[in-house]
Write a protein that binds this ligand. Sequence first.
Ligand SMILES: Nc1nc2c(ncn2[C@@H]2O[C@H](COP(=O)(O)OP(=O)(O)O)[C@@H](O)[C@H]2O)c(=O)[nH]1
Ligand SMILES: [Mg+2]
Length: 305
Amino acid sequence: MKSIFSVFQKGLQKTATTLSRAISGIVSGETAWDKSTYEKIERSLLEADFGAAVSSRLVADIKERYDLGQIKTSEDIFQITRNDIRTFLSKNMKEPKRNKDGPTVILLVGVNGSGKTTTAGKLASLWKNDGAKVMLAACDTYRAAAVEQLKHWGERTECHVVSSVSGADPASVAFDAVQSAVAKKYDYLLIDTAGRQHTKKGLMDELAKMTRVIAKVMPDAPHETWLTLDACTGMNALSQAREFTQIASVTGLILTKLDGTGKAGMLTAIQQELKLPVFFIGLGEQPGDLQPFDPEMYSDALFKV
Ligand SMILES: Nc1nc2c(ncn2[C@@H]2O[C@H](COP(=O)(O)OP(=O)(O)O)[C@@H](O)[C@H]2O)c(=O)[nH]1
Ligand SMILES: [Mg+2]
């Protein structure tokens, strides 16, 4: 069986290779490090989308240790960066909420194409493999293809999918699903939603209605509202995240498609900005490529020595 670390390594390979080439290139050409060395290191970190605040803090740490005579190679830089990032990300870690008295209801929100449906399917697969009873609800009722896509994941993972006809009210599908998940004693209910509406207000109203209707069946649900963000959109993901945190009460993030980008540092930048926990990350197309986020594996995979 593949180790989980190898999934992180493979998924983050693009960014790891870019960083490793850039930073060893900079350091190997220098006899002594000076202002321009640090500027170049900072630029490489910015290019991997670690963001201005994190990048400048990392470089300050590197400079301080160089001045103290503690470091002199690119491996040393990697070691420092890896530890700093791990420490920083670990501070914002949290366990997803679990409902002890019935199904844990999770609402997945995010723009079209950010990976909601795929993530719902992969989470179902992950939890099903752990022995949990998982139900899926197809509440992106605007596109028939979206319902079909979720049904396909349902077949693949052998999880029940609650759906209705195309064009049905998403809140009524959610209502039926919560009732059924409670009655049939499911462990998890994952609710897939639509990413786009004619207006931001339309989406806001729809999500608010869905939440209201869900709470009629289970007053403390949804227990979690997770925002999926496509890592390949780089820093645009940050502005999307800001918009969504205004629309819905987002309790955590899922960063998808980290395998498709050389800018996987964006995870760190987003966490620095939003202070929301990253619960899962998407590192590829296979079900096993969605993994619980682990700061140590993430930083080890990005800065391997
Ligand atoms: N490589 C890769 N592709 C992904 C990942 N997550 C989602 N995708 C792909 O992104 C596309 C859009 O995903 P989808 O779940 O339909 O997005 P939705 O519109 O938010 O429901 C699909 O082709 C997925 O296979 C990931 O972690 N890695
Ligand atoms: Mg979808």
